[in-house]
Ligand binder design. Structure first.
Ligand SMILES: Nc1ncnc2c1ncn2[C@@H]1O[C@H](COP(=O)(O)OP(=O)(O)O)[C@@H](O)[C@H]1O
Ligand SMILES: [Mg+2]
Length: 153
């Protein structure tokens, strides 16, 4: 299931993260794609806020992984540095863990990803507007359907 939508500014992006946050549960895997500056980290920050995380969430580019524990754990990964390697098995425990895994640049570790996951690909239209393609397989397809349905009314 694939849904193409558009947000006009940060507050609509925040709203989308809020809507998605209602579906999060242990083992949830979310891949974030899109160019540098498209909004992957920003979306993760909004998502974290709606998960009740009060710590500052910033880009884990140089660490690969940051863990936020506050109720449902958030495993925030940025695998940009793995582009030429394609994997880092130390991340396995977190991708297949008991928290919510959010993976910026997920296509770079294609071979490590589960068959069923949700992906959000973000494209900047201008300074504030973003086109978002949300895709989900397996149980995640239902979430995409749900969100698309909610936003169409
Ligand atoms: N609608 C929007 N959604 C997400 N980010 C936006 C939006 N409008 C403006 N921005 C800005 O775009 C930048 C996105 O940067 P960032 O989230 O770090 O991107 P990435 O992690 O994809 O490299 C931030 O400065 C953010 O404030
Ligand atoms: Mg980022």
């Amino acid at each position: 299931m694939k849904w193409l939508t558009k947000v006009h500014d940060l507050s609509e992006m925040d709203q989308l993260a809020k809507s998605l946050s209602g579906y999060l549960k242990p083992g949830f895997v979310l891949g974030l794609g899109g160019d540098l500056g498209s909004g992957k980290t920003t979306f993760t920050q909004f998502l974290a806020k709606h998960m009740g995380i009060r710590e500052t969430v910033n880009s884990p580019t140089f660490t690969l992984l940051k863990i936020y524990r506050n109720g449902l754990p958030l495993y925030h990964m940025d695998v940009y540095r793995l582009e030429s390697i394609g994997y880092d098995y130390e991340l396995d425990d977190f991708i297949y863990g008991n928290g919510v895994a959010v993976i910026e640049w997920y296509p770079y570790i294609g071979q490590m990803l589960p068959q069923e996951m949700l992906t959000l690909n973000i494209r900047a239209i201008d300074e504030k507007a973003r086109e978002i393609t949300m895709e989900g397989s397996g149980a995640y397809a239902r979430i995409v359907e749900d969100l698309a349905d909610r936003y169409s009314h």
